[in-house]
Design a protein around this ligand. Structure first.
Ligand SMILES: *Cc1c(COP(=O)(O)O)cnc(C)c1O
Length: 384
């Protein structure tokens, strides 16, 4: 392991990777830095986001829910993006970057399969190969997404070590990257991992917050909402949303799943190349997260969120499984929108906070709906 040489958010982040991966991370960093200040790259990405992914996504005033709760709720509709969530924003950016670096293959980890499907989609679009590492347990649980990835031409590699879930799939993807760095780019799925990933993925997701900021300005007399709320797994949809409101007075609120609440129940430690809050046992072993929402099943949180928490700029709250399904039903019946179980965590906290008076009546609230609920219908059927 080597000490981090940059990419810190306060005491968090860094680049804690084996010596053999330092040059690969440094190459991604310098290429991203160049691409992000290259108007040609930005134009290509903006065009793909528009013509392939369906951006800008809508900002929907949730009128009936607002009337019930006594606050003004605006929904940023990432559920309307291609492949059904915000993940496409990041993978299109990284796939374009990979092509710019002359790479022919994307490697990715996936838990529930959402990031794997998005990666397979971007790879197909740009004519790249895709190899997706997935724990054996998750492969069994998420057969439909495995089939989707294979239909899109990706190779899905079962990971048999450890608990055979997302944590092990991520470790294996990083191990395999060492063996093929010349032709492969590691397309990481959230604001985690070694520098530059937490920064780069946040920049690729900033489009959510930048669009929402403009859309809120057109929709609200105050231009900026009082509260900005998003669910947090690794934290990419929240980081992208928050980035658009960094210089405002909006209160930023990240909602973690109770069984994966790294800020509430974790301690600082190092995993997958970065330092942040992690769920750990008394010996410092990272423990498994459990949530009804597969995308929130990660035992850590992106390093920028750890820093936003410590500095007080953002606040992190917790929602349990039991509150999530009623929140799905409430949004479905008031607004005609079936949110992903992950996104429903943000809605559940909104409902709780509005009904308890924690959100003053008349407040304005932006909620990022990170994805659509179609993928969760089997879970919902079992629970009803
Ligand atoms: C993956 C996923 C998440 C969690 O990822 P973040 O990096 O925390 O945004 C949230 N919602 C949906 C719909 C997802 O697919």
């Amino acid at each position: 392991m080597r000490e981090p040489d940059g990419g810190r958010f306060g005491a968090y982040g860094g680049r804690y990777v084996p010596e053999s991966l330092i040059p690969a991370c440094a190459a991604v960093e310098s290429e991203f830095r160049a691409a992000w200040s290259d108007p040609g790259f930005r134009r290509d990405l903006d065009r793909l986001l528009a013509v392939h992914a369906g951006r800008p996504t809508a900002l929907t005033p949730a009128l009936r829910l607002s009337a019930e709760l006594g606050v003004t709720v605006l929904l940023k509709r990432e559920d309307l993006a291609h492949t059904g969530s915000h993940k496409i924003n990041n993978v299109l950016g990284q796939a374009l970057l990979a092509r710019r670096m002359g790479k022919t293959r994307l490697l990715a980890e996936t838990g529930a399969g959402q990031h794997g499907v998005a990666t397979a989609t971007a790879a197909a679009l740009l004519g790249l190969d895709a190899t997706v590492f997935m724990g054996e347990v998750d492969i069994e649980r998420q057969a439909l997404n495995v089939f989707r990835m294979r239909m899109l031409g990706a190779e899905v590699v079962p990971v048999t070590g450890g608990t055979r879930t997302l944590k092990d799939a991520t470790s294996e993807a990083m191990r395999q990257w060492v063996t093929c760095v010349d032709e492969a780019h590691y397309c990481l799925g959230s604001v985690m991992g070694p520098h530059p990933y937490p920064w780069m993925v946040r920049e690729f997701q900033r489009v959510i917050g930048d669009e929402a900021r403009r859309q809120c300005a057109a929709e609200l007399p105050t231009a900026v909402p009082d509260y900005v709320i998003a669910c947090v797994g690794g934290g990419s949809n929240a980081a992208g949303t928050f980035a658009g409101f960094a210089g405002t007075g909006a209160q930023l609120i990240g909602v973690e799943a109770e069984g994966g609440a790294a800020v509430a129940f974790g301690r600082a430690g190092v995993l997958h190349g970065f330092r942040s809050y992690l769920l750990q046992d008394e010996n410092g072993q990272v423990t498994e997260a459990h949530s009804i929402a597969p995308g929130l099943d990660y035992p850590g949180i992106g390093p920028e969120h750890a820093h936003l928490n410590d500095s007080g700029r953002a606040r992190y709250v917790v929602v349990g499984d039991a509150e999530v399904i009623p929140a799905v039903r409430r949004l479905a019946r008031t607004e005609g929108i079936l949110p992903a179980l992950e996104s429903a965590h943000a809605i559940a906290w909104l409902i709780r906070a509005a009904e308890s008076g924690e959100l003053p009546p008349g407040s304005t609230v932006l909620v990022t709906l990170s994805g659509r609920g179609d993928k969760d219908m089997a879970t919902l059927m079992e629970a009803s």
